[in-house]
Design a protein around this ligand. Sequence first.
Ligand code: NIG
Ligand code: FE
Length: 409
Amino acid sequence: MKLITNIHQLLVTGTYEKPVKGNDMATMPYISNAYLMIKDDRIYQYGKMSDMPPTAIDEVIDATGKIVLPMWCDSHTHLVYAAGRENEFVDRINGLSYEEIAQRGGGILNSVERLRELDEDTLYEDALKRLHELIALGTGAIEIKSGYGLSTESEGKMLRVIARLKKQVDIPIKATLLAAHAIPKEYKDNRLKYIQLIVEEMIPAFAKANLCDFIDVFCESGYFTVSEMEEILIAGKKYGLVPKVHVNQFNAIGGIQAAVNHQALSVDHLEELNAEDIDALVNNATIPVALPGCSFFLNIPYTPARRIIDAGLPIAIATDYNPGSSPSGNMNFVVSQACIQLKMTPEEAIIAATINGAFAMDVASQTGSITKGKKANLIITKPLDSFYAIPYRFGQHQIEQLILNGKLL
Ligand code: NIG
Ligand code: FE
């Protein structure tokens, strides 16, 4: 048994049957002057120091002045990719928009070209390196999408890489099939054929091979229409793939209502959100996910998190780590952005980045909160006056130690 003593503040304690929503997000449960016991890879017991039961302990970690919280849960990433897109970054500085770059054959299709050329082992090694970097930044559970292959062979290559990461790295990892990320250039004049390929070949093959958990579509003007998204979600659901979609990034075209109708686990982006979109989410289980790193990097509007929370809804935040619209997988920065740009309180932001993120990728039974029996995946900060310092010190991180599966990293 390991014991962490004298924890200044132990955050996100208790049990969570559902994502935390609306007003409840403002009151993140935490315990001041706390202890936490770890048995093997699990949280065994926790509470106030004054209530600590006498227990035989093998190892004591003194956390005087420090904050302990669950590791971040990043529910939306494109971690597997072949190369950065620094040239497009400079093109945008010089005045081109993300959409203009895409129309010139850059953007997602640029990443597709590079990924198709790259061998699977290198793709895996690069992704593994990135994943270790993110774990060092406090990420303890992650969702990873395909979507830079856009052919059965290359989407399969990406999904196999994710499967290898799942085997190699002992954190909860979820895989999402995003074959509907863009129309590949060989189907430019025949989009119906490409959608048919996704529906009739990719989904059955990848689902049967157990290579994915979720089905995603980039529902956006110039990418996939609402009815195309619905067709793909229906096909995915037949094979047990749960919808989790990109909607309302640049335009509100009705994707949210459709995603809710198909019981999507989450709707992600939501930079453009109208009143009907919010109404569609109210009283439904679909979780809105904000990706502020993307808004920052592309200079597009931020997801109106206040309107979402004030409508009584839950919200999760994630990095959207990808080479085109958010080349950072740093959840610490996203938590700061949630406070600074989305006007979420530190309590709301931390809830959104932990337990709500866990729900948004269906790993909440294993992680995302300080709950007896959950994985001991914990961040121990430097000494801080309060947890407010976590988002306050933007662009840095306050992590001193990490405990992963009960072991000090
Ligand atoms: O979530 N919006 C679509 N997909 C990614 C960007 C992908 C890319 O530019 O490579 C996103 O922002
Ligand atoms: Fe994305």
